[in-house]
Ligand binder design. Structure first.
Ligand SMILES: [Zn+2]
Ligand SMILES: [Zn+2]
Length: 156
């Protein structure tokens, strides 16, 4: 394994480039605040909630308010630049991965992890869902105990 050699373009640069393009597409101005909000969501694959995003953004913009972060998240979510993860938790979480994917939700520690399952794209939406509207995609939420929590359980 060769490790430690960073390519010229760091993943983060690519990420921000993607963000700029998405904003352009949606006619949104790329402001410093929005960029930092997006960075906070996208640089973590932990599907952070608004307060976690706020704490991250505050490191770079000390004057930012929680309200600004909330509004920024909502704006980005409204334009589908990020997505909202609907977990059965009172706290809404955000996801910069807007490509089709599914979630494994740990009922123990609350971790939300992405997984892909192309075969699910071939499943027809349930008839009941079709009665409610025109389905566009199906996102699965698998609940369980994550590997980390299983390991902790095993050790105790
Ligand atoms: Zn867990
Ligand atoms: Zn996700």
């Amino acid at each position: 394994m060769t490790q430690g050699i960073e390519p010229e373009t760091e993943p983060e640069d690519l990420l921000l480039q993607e963000f700029r393009e998405a904003c352009l597409q949606h006619g949104l101005k790329v402001t410093h605040q929005r960029l930092e909000i997006y960075r906070a969501v996208a640089s973590s694959n932990a599907h952070p909630d608004a307060e976690t995003v706020f704490r991250q953004v505050r490191k770079r913009i000390p004057t930012v308010s929680l309200d600004t972060v909330y509004r920024g998240l909502k704006l980005l979510a409204d334009h589908r630049i990020i997505s909202v993860v609907g977990v059965s938790d009172e706290r809404v979480r955000f996801d910069a991965n807007v490509h089709s994917h599914h979630h494994f939700v740990c009922t123990h520690c609350g971790a939300i992890m992405d997984f892909n399952a192309p075969e699910l794209g071939e499943i027809a939406p349930p008839a009941e869902a079709c009665r409610l509207g025109r389905p566009v995609s199906i996102q699965l939420e698998v609940k369980g105990v994550c590997a980390k929590c299983q390991e902790l359980e095993r050790r105790s």
